[in-house]
Design a protein around this ligand. Structure first.
Ligand SMILES: [Zn+2]
Length: 282
């Protein structure tokens, strides 16, 4: 069933676990994610970014994801990932997304606050959740250019930002990066704890692909209620396709090509849902 993301995060906050948010680009990835949540009886966030909407056609991808969410017996929030455009946010709100992320993190604080307030004004009358970002999560987001490191999230600024914008969830930069980590990830847990102490809303950690189980558990203790996972799903997809293609090439069997890839991605999502503590919480 389709639910507001705030509802899903509030349940996670009450019970001390985190929800998994997984990026989709197409039918196969969407099916893998939703099947995993059903198999694990877990609440779920399916998210799409601007580049996925452009790639798949925004009407088609939106219809697909919303239909899967509505059909599913587990609670599913449909979320727009990293948008800096208010017209895109408005469009997604009108289509029935239950959550949007306004990303003004590249802007100076006052401008980020102003942009985020506008997004809240668009989304809140429709009961749509708003996630914002403060501090810069470096690394590749989809295929966009590497962003400037403007630094980790300041706990004092986070408190001010959440008060000024009334956002529902805050994405923080505490040493997490998008894409692949170079070496062992090192999260600034003291900073995370201080943000959690000052900020009442659920925290979001982008770049959860590649974080150790211990780092995930520690982040949940530090108030993280949503982990974004993208890279690890794509690795599973590409690995399975490369493995399957030489074996079935002569048959041109489309389900035969994609079915093992769906299963491989589903296995990754199921493992994450267990790790985040959301398995069995639907
Ligand atoms: Zn992100």
């Amino acid at each position: 069933m389709l639910v507001p993301m705030a509802e899903l995060l509030a349940a996670a906050q009450r019970e001390g676990y985190a929800a998994g948010a997984f990026n989709t680009y197409n039918l196969e990835i969407t099916r893998a994610i939703v099947r995993a949540a059903e198999a694990q009886q877990a609440p779920l966030i399916v998210q799409v970014g601007s580049s996925a909407l452009r790639y798949a056609g925004r009407e088609a991808l939106t219809a697909l994801v919303l239909a899967e969410a509505q059909r599913s017996p587990v609670p599913v929030a449909v979320h727009l990932d990293h948008s800096a455009k208010l017209d895109e946010i408005r469009w997604c709100v009108e289509q029935g997304f239950t959550s949007v992320m306004i990303d003004g993190s590249a802007l100076p604080l006052a401008e980020n606050i102003a942009l985020t307030r506008e997004a809240v004004a668009i989304a809140r009358p429709h009961g749509v959740t708003v996630e914002a970002e403060l501090g810069s999560i470096v690394g590749e987001e989809d295929r966009a250019a590497e962003r400037e490191a403007v630094g980790l999230t300041s706990p004092a600024q986070a408190e001010q930002f959440v008060q000024a914008t009334a956002v529902d969830a805050l994405a923080v930069a505490v040493g997490n990066v998008h894409g692949f980590y170079k070496g062992e990830p090192k999260l600034d847990t003291a900073r995370l704890d201080e943000i959690h102490r000052r900020v009442p809303v659920p925290l979001v950690l982008h770049g959860a692909s590649g974080l150790s189980d211990a780092a995930i558990q520690r982040s949940i203790q530090g108030g993280v209620r949503k982990f974004n996972v993208n890279t690890e799903l794509r690795v599973a997809l590409f690995t399975a396709l490369a493995d399957t293609l030489p074996r079935i090439h002569a048959h041109y069997d489309v389900p035969g090509l994609f079915t093992p890839a769906i299963a491989a991605m589903q296995a990754v999502v199921e493992e994450k849902l267990q790790l985040f503590g959301s398995a069995g919480k639907a």
